[in-house]
Design a protein around this ligand. Structure first.
Ligand code: IMP
Length: 461
């Protein structure tokens, strides 16, 4: 029987990991976040059906029975953590690793300043990148200092001096006033200092005592600092190995590795995205309020599966964006959408060593007349075919996706058994299993808790 499960993103983030984790957490005793910061956004529904968005708090905080951990691999903005916890029905059980790093205002200012420059990455501007840079540069401030407020304040003052020099290098980034910053965070330091502990030690005992524990990933394999589309990546290791390092546990601590794969692709921010619709236009700065809606005539092209239409790809992917309500949970930015990319998914499977997949949002593909899957790429310069995701973003930009087409289906909503799905949807899912060699443990067919078709109970493996 599995006791520990890792749930990681198999794409560019936003695969719906939070919903998968919160479903599994009903039968678990613990959930932890081990990388990233509040650049993530996990949408959950509590026991009263209320929508809860968490950014740095683990998804288990919606349950009173779950012990939540924020591990040493994370970067924490205490203001956001406080915000995440304040509307919960119950007081969550939470432990913060003494080795986690803290995000301060100057990190956010630096993140913002870089985004205003030509070196823009399309970040979430939450200060995670600069906080990780400080960590690697051995200039970071760790959560352990929350237990020694005087030392913490001294280190913030030292850091502010240094950061003001750095901020001056960027145009209009402003400066930081250490006194204001310290006064602002003092109540939060008081509030959270008692939760700081050696999370690795705690977790080791917790798991050995037989508790079921979920390692909750953030972002996705294609945003990984090493394995993603560098430099358009996040600043942490988003893979199973990253979770272990960020928890302070060894290889054998994870029984089952599960990748959450949205059944089409999406990406926010800059960076290569092979299966994105051609002539999709620059939508990166649109939001729910400014995004144009498809006209009825345009929808008819997609419903009819008229792939001979020159704009079929573009229109279908826009409709997928609309049907999936694809806007960032953290920033509200419109997500770019693309067809499922098997080449990218195989890379996510490899770098994580995935045992299972959970496919998400099959319902978003409902009524799309022809559904495409990218099986391989063709290099537009050399004409060669490639079945492997290149490590270099420049190389990736040379790749033209090659598609296999599937006839669409009407509705998957409300279905609770795999064999009750429309035949064409079943064929689509079986083909993905065949192409990747990894089975679906379940399929999510909606945004809400319970919108799930279980094929394998991961806790009973
Ligand atoms: P950062 O993590 O804020 O530095 O952003 C770096 C890149 O990762 C940008 O392209 C972001 O849009 C992307 N990113 C970071 N977190 C998430 C997430 O939770 N979902 C999707 N994309 C993310």
């Amino acid at each position: 029987m599995a006791k520990t499960i890792a749930i990681v993103g198999a794409g560019w983030g936003d695969e719906g990991k939070g919903a998968v984790v919160s479903d599994l957490a009903r039968e678990a005793q613990g959930v932890g976040r081990f990388q990233g910061g509040n650049n993530a956004g996990h949408t959950l529904y509590d026991s009263q059906g209320r929508k809860v968005v968490v950014n740095i708090a683990p998804s288990g905080v919606i349950y009173p029975h779950v012990q939540n951990i924020i591990g040493n691999g994370c970067v924490i903005d205490l203001e956001v953590l406080d915000h995440n916890l304040k509307d919960l029905i119950n007081d969550p059980k939470l432990l913060i690793s003494d080795g986690a790093h803290l995000i301060f205002d100057y990190h956010k200012q630096l993140d913002q300043a870089r985004e205003n420059s030509s070196a823009k990455i399309g970040t979430t501007k939450r200060g995670t990148g600069p906080a990780y840079a400080d960590k690697i540069n051995r200039l970071g401030i760790r959560a352990s200092l929350l237990r020694r407020p005087k030392d913490l304040e001294e280190q913030i003052r030292e850091a502010a001096n240094l950061k003001n020099e750095e901020l001056e290098l960027w145009d209009s980034a402003g400066t930081i006033n250490a006194d204001i910053l310290i006064t602002k965070i003092r109540p939060l330091v008081e509030k959270y200092r008692g939760l700081v502990a050696d999370a690795s030690l705690f977790l080791d005992k917790f798991i050995k005592a037989g508790n079921r524990f979920i390692f909750e990933g953030a972002q996705g394999a294609l945003l990984d600092i090493d394995h993603g589309t560098y430099p358009h990546v996040t600043s942490s290791s988003t893979t199973v190995a990253g979770l272990l390092a960020g928890a302070g546990l060894g290889l054998k601590s994870i029984d089952v590795a599960v990748g959450v794969a949205k059944l089409y692709c999406s990406r926010v921010g800059e960076g290569s995205f092979p299966t994105e619709g051609e002539s999709y236009g620059n939508i990166k700065n649109l939001t729910r309020d400014t995004a144009p809606k498809l006209t009825l005539d345009e929808k008819i092209v997609v419903y009819g599966g008229i792939r001979a239409h020159p704009d079929y790809n573009c229109l279908a992917l826009r409709l997928i964006q609309e049907q999936g309500d694809e806007f960032g949970a953290t920033t509200g930015r419109m997500r770019r959408t693309g067809w499922l990319d098997i080449v990218a998914l195989k890379k996510a499977i490899r770098v994580n060593g995935l045992d299972w997949l959970v496919g998400t949002r099959i319902d978003t593909l409902d009524r799309i007349g022809t559904v495409k899957v990218c099986t391989h790429y063709q290099n537009k310069e050399t004409g060669e075919f490639s079945y492997d995701f290149p490590g270099e973003e420049l190389e990736l930009e040379q790749m033209v996706p090659q598609y296999f087409e599937f006839p669409g289906w009407m509705s998957t909503t409300g279905v609770r058994a795999f064999d009750r799905l429309p035949r064409n949807a079943q064929d689509y899912l079986s083909a993905i299993e065949g192409l990747t060699g990894v089975k679906f443990a379940g399929i999510r067919n909606g945004p809400r808790q319970g919108d799930y078709i279980q094929r394998t109970n991961l806790w009973r493996l």
